[in-house]
Design a protein around this ligand. Structure first.
Ligand code: AGP
Length: 637
């Protein structure tokens, strides 16, 4: 997803902007740029590709000078260059952008910042202007000249148009946004103005409040190294920043009281430490995260979470989860656990599909959005649809300064996973899965169901140790897993509570190694997918033996489905517990996890699947923390 940064204060803006863009790079991008202002001059430096290319352009500016630093241009002018170098060294006000292309190819011309046609303003934007074709056509009919394919340039030209009518920059921006239909997080600076202007609608934009300085970013992880005083702009708000002041207004020009929160995030989380990748680091953080969640969750044998909800589960007839990607898989585990323990019917909808039909929910329905970032546009839209249909809404998210958190107040549960930098979700996913168990126990408690809290809390409390033991097998797993690096197709199978983990394992392998992988219910494999099986398609099965007769039946059927696949010459892999003696002769590869009961096994079974995707991707030389085409937070529908 695109990332925005900005700074106004007394320090060198270029350094702060570049640092900020690096901290946002995990969101995924294909070009980047900065705009600096000093007195009545603007300097724009931008580049296609990775941030290293932008830094190289900046470093080479004094040797190969151009104002808009397209190194192919012949626009050489010694005075301009000297002024440009001065801005790089002296400017204390600027904005920056990492672009994840939505409209217009990922190239130099379409990279941000963009300008109006006379080059008086510089603008960066995250979001999608849905009506930009119409707006652009009208402006072209009025004689305005465009240089790029982007929707962002339309906003720059609209500002220019309203400034030509005599409006100041704030009013011109406000009038421009009244014509815009779509999502935006915008920052604007101008040659003839010494402030930074912001506007926000649906795409996240935060302000870090400093001492005689203010910071701008798409998410708080970028500014926590400077300040933990965070102001989150809300939809349809405009802000005007100077070094000492922040003014916030709505689109009608009414001033809005600002609400500063103190972020709990720490800058150290943005460091890899002794790990080669953030992904490896975040896999290793899981025992600590799970341990913290469980430690905070109980007082004696009662649930100590979800106390601030403005409803009781006694009044809920059905729960519907809405989520995307890994969060959707966590919701599927939730369905299994909540229906099994709390006897409430649970639907699980892919958020974008939930929005593809009228929401069939009402006031006794609870719709729960699960989202690590709290900014996923599909999930945000689904929760809004549910709210409009009078359902109660709730969120399970990793960010207490997010749009979904704000929308669902006070019905939030915030996982303590902390910032997850790697695009592939690991600690956020397992903490979402654990939240499902806690939620199920809360419902049992609210509804005074006959539920064995004592033994289940005991098993939960053992999980961090079991997960830690699993992670310690990293080197053993690596030796078992990298031999599968060169297959082009994978099938992941399981049943019951681990079927969602088969889906998650397939997603991890796909998004990290770019190998085609599909997750399927074991019992469904013979209804079609079995046709693809041969010696070139490994099948990975999750088969966890059970304590009850019901669980044992699931386990035995999973094994028999695995044998059906093996009979088609597929390389057969199984994730099974240490004490399981049935699997050694059934599979080509047995990946062992510490003994855990079937119902609590999803989190544990996820760990080797995370390692499988990680080791294969690393072995194939893929960009482990920022896989191609992916964004950490998908803030467009
Ligand atoms: C997970 O590995 C993926 N990167 C992706 O599927 C992610 O889970 C999905 O985009 C949802 O993100 P969210 O939890 O921030 O809403």
């Amino acid at each position: 997803m695109c990332g925005i940064v900005g700074y106004i204060g007394y320090k060198n803006a270029k350094e702060i902007l570049l640092e900020g863009l690096k901290s946002l790079s995990y969101r995924g991008y294909d070009s980047s740029g900065i705009a600096l202002k000093e007195e009545s001059s603007l300097l724009i430096v931008k580049s296609e590709g990775k941030l290293e290319n932008l830094e190289a352009k900046i470093a080479s500016f004094s040797i190969i000078p151009t104002l808009v630093t397209d190194l192919t241009s012949t626009n050489f002018n010694r005075e301009v260059n000297a002024r440009g170098q001065e801005l790089l060294d002296k400017s204390t006000c600027g904005i920056g952008h990492t672009r994840w292309a939505t409209h217009g190819k990922p190239n130099f011309t379409n990279s941000h910042p963009h300008q109006d046609e006379v080059g008086n303003i510089a603008i960066v934007h995250n979001g999608i202007i849905k009506n930009f074709f119409d707006l652009k056509a009208k402006l072209e009919d009025e004689g305005f000249v465009f240089k790029t394919e982007t929707d962002t340039e339309v906003v720059a030209q609209l500002i220019y148009k309203f400034k030509l009518q005599g409006k100041d920059l704030k009013s011109a921006l406000r009038e421009a946004l009244k014509l815009v239909d779509g999502s935006y997080a915008i920052a604007v600076i101008a040659k003839d103005d010494d402030k930074i202007y912001l506007a926000k609608n649906q795409s996240p934009l935060i302000i870090g409040i400093g001492d005689k300085e203010n910071y701008i970013a798409s998410d708080s992880s970028t500014v926590v190294q400077y300040t933990n005083k965070i102001l989150r702009l809300k939809d349809k708000q405009i802000a005007v920043l100077s070094a000492n002041d922040v003014i916030v207004e709505d689109l009608e020009g009414n001033s809005v009281a600002i609400q500063i929160i103190h972020s709990t995030q720490t800058a150290s989380i943005m460091e890899k430490g002794q790990y080669k990748h953030f992904l490896e680091k975040e896999i290793h953080e899981q025992p600590t995260v799970i341990s913290k969640m469980i430690a905070d969750a109980f007082v004696d044998e009662t649930i100590n979470e979800f106390k601030q909800l403005d409803f009781s589960f006694k009044d809920i007839s059905k729960i519907t989860f809405v989520a995307c990607g890994s969060a959707y898989h966590a919701a599927l585990v939730g369905k299994n656990i909540i229906e099994h323990w709390a006897k409430i019917p649970v639907d699980v909808a892919i958020a974008s599909e939930f929005c593809s039909k009228p929401a069939l929910v009402s006031k006794t329905d609870l719709v729960i959005g699960i989202s690590q970032s709290g900014e996923t546009a599909d999930t945000l839209a689904a929760i809004k649809n549910a709210k409009s249909a009078n359902a109660k809404i709730m969120a399970i998210t990793n960010k207490n300064d997010s749009a979904i958190f704000d929308l669902c107040k006070p019905n939030n549960y915030v996982t303590p996973a902390g910032i997850e930098v790697s695009v592939a979700s690991t600690k956020a996913f397992t903490s979402q899965v654990l939240a499902m168990y806690l939620l199920a126990m809360k419902i049992c408690q609210d509804k005074k169901l006959n539920f064995d809290f004592q033994s289940n809390i005991y098993e939960l409390r053992a999980l961090p140790i079991i997960i830690g033991e699993c992670i310690e097998r990293e080197n053993q797993y690596k030796s078992q897993m990298i031999k599968y690096s060169n297959y082009r197709d994978f099938l992941f199978l399981s049943r019951g509570v681990n079927y969602p983990i088969a889906l998650e394992g397939a997603l991890k392998l796909k998004e990290l190694s770019y190998i085609h992988a599909t997750g399927y219910p074991s019992g469904e494999m013979k209804h079609g997918p079995i046709a693809i099986l041969d010696s070139t398609v490994p099948v990975l099965n999750i088969a966890i033996s059970g304590k009850t007769e019901f669980e044992q039946t699931i386990y035995k059927k999973t094994l028999s489905n695995a044998e059906e696949a093996k009979a088609r010459m597929s390389p057969s892999i199984v994730i099974a517990c240490d004490s399981d003696e049935n699997v050694e002769n059934l599979f080509d590869e047995v990946i062992r996890i510490p003994d855990v009961s079937q119902i609590f096994s999803p989190i544990v079974a996820t760990i080797p699947l995370q390692f499988l995707a990680y080791f294969i991707a690393e072995n194939l030389g893929k960009d482990v923390d920022q896989p191609r085409n992916l964004a950490k937070s998908v803030t467009v529908e």
